[in-house]
Design a protein around this ligand. Structure first.
Ligand SMILES: [Zn+2]
Length: 724
């Protein structure tokens, strides 16, 4: 945009701001946003970031045009209430009212940190005294003016789900008639098993040298959609609840309200790692639990029992606690298999004759923390007191679908209850609290489908299903309901899930919450705001771990990204370290029988865990992250760079795949200072320590040579304080 037009715009903006609160600006270090309240609708007029042209938005907010009252559609007419709004440098709220039915809409933007993106939410309150049904409202809807022909790229990231796909990340050229939608729901679709969901966010940048642009994402774990399309000089994006299958409707009880899932919007330079190095610290500062980051052991080193599957018992647990302590691991984590049955979250007395608190107390005595796996929204057939029994008439009313007379749960999956139902929410909140307290937990892992989507009941708070088009598909012991109410069901269930966890956190500060949903199906920014770390995929070999980490670390803090390390063939010690390190770039959970390790492997693992605590963990927590290779394919080399400019320290994880040709690889490093010198320390002594310039590391690159395929090296970087 020509400079004079920019100046004219700001002059106009400040003139109108002086006479009424109908224009406003929010700025963080990274983005400046301008807002205007029109008589009938508000608008984000534009955003500007450092060193990049302004993005101008031409779309007025599409406030809901109609509502349904007593079965009849009523046109809504929204009028600005200029006195009700609030405007300051960090928060803008414009308020609109509809007279009939009487509704109040709050259009809110807020910067909760002095850097990074700004969050946006729309809420509608029902003041009418009678039930009102609202149609879909997008969380964010923008129409950027772009130059026809200007090169743009849309970058988005798949969830690791059951197993990372061969692609994982996408950088689409946004051509003249580009159309894209990405979906997130926490579900594996039963009829499209490998349909790829995304971590609900998009990073859009100009194909210029600086790769400047904007990014947006959704803080919600229900059924959501992110879409982007280009036509001529228009680049449109929408983020919100997934409107399909539609039409979406949601109920507003008298006095009730609906709130769009919160979105964030920011501006950046420096391509996807530029966006990520702004977004990751922002997630930590704004969404994550501050107590978690005050914990100096976060992210922890964990020993998990799933290496033995469902066969966990007291003897194994006690042995693993001893092993964990000896190896320097910090938490003992019992996976599925400890309970009497699905929905019956009491320890199996045959396996744990002294109960679980006994195990927890022993872990605590050894200086370890203790956590367990649960799937606390699942009902099954156990009849002991405390069990969530699907045949109990009260519980039957909470199930997403009735179970057949001959129905049987699977080993650790049953039928999901709809926690959007207040009574089910209250039951679950009480049960989760009991589990944490009775078993002396430091960590609670949830798995499975906590969030119902699609429900056959017409007496729940969500929209009733259209029974003529509804279908029920069987999946993993439980049912999956495909109905036009799926999105509204997920909306209510997610709100309930967040509420339960917020309450649990307030009652148990310091409790860690692991988010797992059949591996990495719940990786989103809403979960990031309500839990502490993610299982990022359900495949645990070195390549899957590195791929899932490579993908998710574009958007989320490395410390939150858990890799489970499972048994894998390691004929040599180099292969053994390659296996361990492939799962040690974020949160590390060991899931194999450490008693089967050779003394040499034992010693190597103990050393690796010690190094993690001393050198790697501080970088995983605080350093900037650079993706300095192509995505891992298991054949070529791949690597990840961490650089903490404040401490002048960093590390490069270097992995050699199966390649027999490439014995040496050069990683072009990022984020360093061309004029400074850095000491390189090769942990496995694959090369002698040496000093090199930042310029050399950026241009010719860091050379790493490894003799064996499927091996690795850690190269530590230290900024030289005196000229060596
Ligand atoms: Zn329901």
């Amino acid at each position: 945009m020509p400079r004079n037009r920019t100046i004219a715009f700001f002059a106009l903006l400040s003139a109108s701001a002086a006479c009424a609160q109908t224009a406003a600006v929010i700025s963080t270090r990274d983005v400046r946003m301008e807002f205007r309240a029109g008589q009938s609708a508000p608008r984000l007029t534009g955003i500007a970031g450092d060193a990049q042209p302004r993005w101008t938005n031409r779309a007025e907010e599409a406030l809901p045009a109609q509502a349904t009252v007593r079965g009849a559609s009523v046109a809504l007419s929204w009028v600005l209430d200029p006195k009700a709004g609030t405007v300051d440098s960090r928060r803008v709220e414009f308020v609109y009212e509809s007279a009939s039915p009487h509704l109040r809409l709050r259009w809110r933007w807020e910067a909760r940190a002095d850097f990074g993106p700004v969050e946006h939410t729309i809420s509608v309150e029902n003041l009418s005294g009678e039930e009102v049904w609202l149609p879909a409202i997008e969380s964010l809807s923008l129409d950027w003016k772009v130059t026809p022909g200007e090169g743009l790229t849309n970058f988005y990231v798949e969830k690791g789900a059951g197993s990372p796909s061969p692609e994982g990340v996408h950088a689409d050229a946004v051509g003249a008639s580009y159309r894209w939608s990405g979906y997130s729901s926490t579900y594996a679709h039963p009829e499209k098993d490998e349909a790829r969901e995304i971590i609900p966010a998009e990073i859009v940048y100009r194909d210029d040298g600086a790769h400047t642009g904007w990014f947006a994402g959704m803080e919600f774990s229900g059924r959501t959609r992110v879409s982007l399309g280009r036509d001529g000089d228009s680049l449109k994006t929408e983020l919100g609840l997934n409107p399909d299958p539609g039409p979406f409707r949601t109920r507003l009880a008298p006095g009730g309200s609906f709130e769009t899932p919160t979105v964030f919007l920011g501006a950046f330079a420096g391509g996807v790692d530029g966006a990520g190095n702004q977004l990751r610290p922002w997630v930590r500062a704004v969404l994550n639990n501050p107590l978690t980051w005050k914990d100096p052991q976060y992210p922890l080193l964990v020993n998990n029992s799933w290496g033995s599957g469902m066969a966990v018992d007291e003897a194994l647990a006690l042995r693993m606690i001893g092993e964990s302590k000896e190896l320097g691991l910090e938490m003992f984590h019992i996976d599925a298999g400890w309970f009497r049955g699905v929905g019956d979250w009491y320890p199996d007395a045959k396996k744990f004759p002294h109960g679980l608190a006994y195990i927890a107390d022993e872990a605590h005595r050894q200086g370890l923390r203790f956590g367990i796996w649960t799937d606390w929204t699942q009902a099954a057939l156990d009849t002991e007191p405390g069990a969530l029994n699907a045949r109990d008439p009260k519980v039957r009313d909470w199930l997403v679908a009735d179970v057949a007379a001959d129905w049987k749960p699977e080993e650790f999956k049953g039928q999901t209850i709809d926690i959007g139902v207040p009574a089910a929410h209250d039951y679950a909140a009480k049960e989760v609290k009991r589990i944490v307290e009775d078993y002396h937990l430091d960590m609670l892992e949830h798995d499975g489908y906590l969030v119902a989507q699609g429900c056959t009941h017409d007496d729940h708070p969500h929209e009733p299903p259209n029974k003529s088009t509804m279908r029920v598909a069987h999946q993993w012991g439980g049912d999956f309901v495909l109905a036009d109410n799926s999105t509204d069901v997920s909306y209510h269930a997610v709100r309930a899930y967040y509420d339960i966890y917020a309450k649990l956190r307030s009652e148990h500060p310091g409790l860690l919450l692991e988010i797992c949903n059949d591996g990495g199906r719940m990786v989103d920014f809403g979960s990031a705001a309500h839990g502490d770390y993610f299982s990022i995929t359900d495949s645990y070999d070195p390549l899957s771990n590195r791929r899932a980490f490579f993908d998710a670390s574009h958007l989320l803090p490395a410390a939150m990204l858990e890799s489970y390390v499972e048994k894998w063939p390691t004929p040599s010690l180099d292969n053994f370290l390659y296996m361990l390190r492939s799962g040690m770039m974020g949160w590390t959970t060991i899931m194999l029988d450490t008693t089967a390790w050779s003394p040499e492997q034992h010693e190597a693992a103990r050393h690796a865990f010690d190094l993690y605590k001393r050198e790697l963990r501080p970088l995983i927590r605080d350093a900037r992250l650079y993706h300095v290779s192509e995505r891992p394919d298991g054949v070529r080399w791949d690597g990840m760079e961490y650089w903490d400019a404040k401490r002048g320290k960093g590390v490069v994880f270097a992995f050699r795949g199966t390649t027999r040709e490439e014995d040496e690889h050069r990683f072009a490093l990022l984020g360093l200072d061309d004029g400074k010198r850095y000491r390189l320390h090769f942990e496995d002594k694959s090369a002698p320590d040496r000093y090199v310039s930042g310029w050399e590391l950026r241009t010719t690159g860091l050379a790493v040579a490894l003799r064996q395929p499927l091996s690795s090296e850690l190269v530590f970087l230290d900024e030289a304080t005196a000229h060596p």
